[in-house]
Design a protein around this ligand. Structure first.
Ligand SMILES: Cc1ncc(COP(=O)(O)O)c(C=O)c1O
Length: 367
């Protein structure tokens, strides 16, 4: 078989153990998944209603490939033209569409490291050179990212808030960066956790789109909207960028129910604000825990926290798993002595914090 050289060493996405497997393994009644930054409060009641009412929908037809209703709702909500939007099967697919449209052997792409894994994965698939610029204190090193750009650079990726650190790019730093990136390089600003942000010096990405026709902002319904399993992401950019990307998108990439629930979810901004407020309050409990136990962490503008236990992250992960909490070991995220925990409900967080305390006590006895 004539596989592309670049995919030979790529690994398939490794799904974690299923909830049933973990239950059986540790003889547990209840398992909490706090590994993929989903919304622990579920989704809006308005969405529930649509799902109940829509049980008799005709699924034998293809969905509206242009997602017209969702597009109109989103355009209204965001204050942009419908033609400035592209919808995708999760942001994951949009990141892939962007890579397919711009990357190929001979070109390069610049990103922070560690950051969201799919930027690199897609670039490798397209055979482009990947230039990873280490984070400094958990933050994008924008000066060195600028220095890494050259005539062959096609895309520069910004993740703000950054997964897995939760850190964000400030308004001043972003402005300075945008002004210096050559106009023929696409800047992708991934704002998957945008709705959680409350930092005063955060920028308003949408207001930058007119000024920077080489900027695309990506957002998702998978995080605060609580619709991860429906797979809806979207991009907001100039009409020129959108019309260049559209032919790369599969014609029916978002399904009929997904389009419906996403447009309904947008109408319940009260749910969004409530989730953001609860997340903030619960994050504080993790900060307190880390401070009390002298554990390094990053202040997070997302719904997750990266905590450094100064030991093998897999050991912390396995211990928490045995107590019924599935988190992410930092080993797969570029922080081998850390874990990343999605902020859960108050009850779940109490459980994780107790389990982390128990881990530290066990470590203390061992040492
Ligand atoms: C920074 C970032 N971008 C994009 C995604 C992908 O989200 P989606 O579910 O929309 O594909 C994630 C998911 O974890 C993420 O953390």
């Amino acid at each position: 078989m004539k596989w592309k050289n670049q995919i030979v060493n790529l690994h398939a996405y490794q799904p974690g153990k299923s909830i049933d497997e973990v239950k059986k393994m540790y003889n547990l009644k209840e398992i909490f998944k706090l590994a993929s930054n989903e919304n622990p409060y579920g989704f809006s009641e308005k969405v529930k209603k649509v799902l109940e009412e829509d049980a008799t929908s005709t699924f034998s037809y293809y969905p509206d490939g242009y997602a017209t209703n969702l597009r109109e709702e989103a355009a209204k909500f965001l204050g942009v033209k419908p033609t400035q939007l592209i919808f995708s099967n999760g942001t994951d697919e949009l990141l892939q569409i962007i890579s397919k449209a711009l990357l190929e052997p001979g070109k390069n792409t610049v990103m922070a490291c560690p950051t969201f894994s799919q930027y690199k994965h897609n670039a490798i698939m397209e055979g482009a050179e990947v230039r990873e610029i280490p984070l400094v204190d958990g933050n994008h090193d924008l000066d060195n990212m600028l220095k890494a750009l050259d005539h062959q650079t096609a895309i520069v990726w910004l993740c703000s808030p950054n997964n897995p650190t939760g850190t964000y790019i400030t308004n001043d730093k972003l402005m300075n960066f945008l002004q210096q990136v050559p106009k023929d390089i696409l800047i992708v600003l991934d704002e998957a956790y945008y709705e959680y942000v409350d930092a005063d010096d955060y920028y308003d990405a949408l207001s930058l789109i007119d000024k920077y026709p080489n900027l695309i902002v990506t957002r998702t319904f998978s995080k605060i909207y609580g619709l991860a399993s429906f797979r809806v992401g979207y991009g907001i950019a100039s009409e020129e960028i959108i019309s260049a990307l559209e032919p790369v998108r599969q014609p029916f990439n978002t399904n009929v129910l997904a389009q419906k629930v996403a447009s309904e979810a947008l109408k319940d901004q009260e749910f969004v604000s409530q989730c953001a407020a609860l997340n903030k309050k619960e994050l504080e409990r993790y900060y307190d825990f880390c401070q009390k136990h002298n554990l390094h962490y990053y202040q997070s503008q997302g719904n997750f926290i990266l905590i450094d236990f100064q030991c093998d992250g897999d050991d912390v992960f396995t211990f928490l798993l045995s107590k019924g909490y599935i988190v992410r070991s930092g080993k797969q995220l570029g922080f081998p002595t850390s874990i990343r925990v999605t902020i859960g409900t108050s009850e779940q967080n109490s459980g994780v914090i107790d389990a982390m305390k128990a881990f530290l006590e066990k470590q203390a006895i061992k040492n």
